[in-house]
Write a protein that binds this ligand. Structure first.
Ligand code: ZN
Length: 282
């Protein structure tokens, strides 16, 4: 499954409701708030612009906040249109493959993602769609009912939010673990096989698409059930959760992080010493 990075800018309020009804009239009748914004999408590599619309709450928080303050009947001011943010769109429909994948390996890579878009794109190419969300993409600015295409999407600003959420869930204290287990995000089904892996987890029948997000949630459920304890790496730049395997009190996920932190501490402690020496030399 391949993905392309698009830069999204707000081009106005959503003109038509998905069903092709005039949303102003429709929302007036149902007294529901009118929250959609139209987006113009420019591919980072390529020329063809695409169009879509999303709810305001799906925008990056700073844009969502500004848009929620704007008058819905007025045009979007020019300065709102300049602020772009990235969206990843899949180039295919994203049917799940039958190949079995190791969700723990995927989870590890997920927690290691930084804000780097290339890294996120590589992750998506390797592991597939993040969740079951689609965007209705159109080649024309006036999105009609017929010409829109449901396309798997990833909002990079959500990924950071989800990283923090899943990190907290995995490293939760026992009381919060109970909360996670008693409010599952979705039912998991364990399927048995005659060869390794003897058990694997599949989504329930209501969920039509598998996703990385669902797989991570399932691993956290299984980790809590097996009473595994996790801790967040104390290195600020890393924060990767790691499993506590023994009584030995570890602070860092790997030796690499422990070493990097020791070096940083050494440099910090050497700083005033060096400054003193420099002053004396002058
Ligand atoms: Zn670390």
């Amino acid at each position: 499954m391949d993905w392309i990075v698009y830069d999204a800018t707000i081009s106005g309020w959503e003109k038509e409701h998905r069903g092709g009804i005039d949303p102003r009239a429709w929302f007036r009748k149902s007294s529901r708030p009118y929250t959609g914004v139209a987006l113009r999408l420019w591919p980072r590599l390529g020329k063809e612009a695409a169009f879509t619309s999303v709810n305001v709450d799906r925008l990056p928080p700073h844009l969502a906040k500004r848009c929620s303050k704007l008058d819905r009947n007025a045009a979007i001011p020019e300065w709102e249109k300049r602020d772009s943010f990235p969206i990843l769109l899949a180039t295919s429909s994203g049917r799940p493959s039958n190949e079995l994948a190791d969700p723990y390996e995927m989870r590890d890579e997920f927690f290691g993602l930084s804000c780097d878009l290339d890294q996120l794109t590589d992750f998506a190419r390797k592991w597939g769609r993040w969740d079951s969300n689609n965007l209705a993409i159109s080649q024309s600015e006036r999105i009609g009912v017929l010409d829109k295409k449901e396309t798997p999407c990833i909002f990079p600003h959500w990924i950071q939010h989800e990283q923090a959420k899943f990190r907290n869930a995995l490293c939760a204290a026992q009381e919060q673990q109970k909360q996670w287990l008693s409010h599952p995000e979705r039912t998991i089904l364990i399927v048995q096989r005659s060869q390794k892996p003897y058990f694997f987890v599949t989504a329930d029948s209501l969920t039509t698409l598998e996703s990385c997000r669902g797989a991570i949630a399932a691993t956290i459920t299984l980790d809590h059930l097996s009473r595994s304890q996790f801790r967040t790496c104390s290195r600020d730049k890393c924060k990767r959760p790691f499993k506590l395997e023994s009584e030995h009190d570890r602070k860092y996920c790997t030796r690499r992080c422990a070493h990097a932190e020791a070096q940083r501490a050494y440099r910090e402690s050497a700083k005033p010493e060096k400054a003193r020496k420099d002053r004396r030399a002058r």
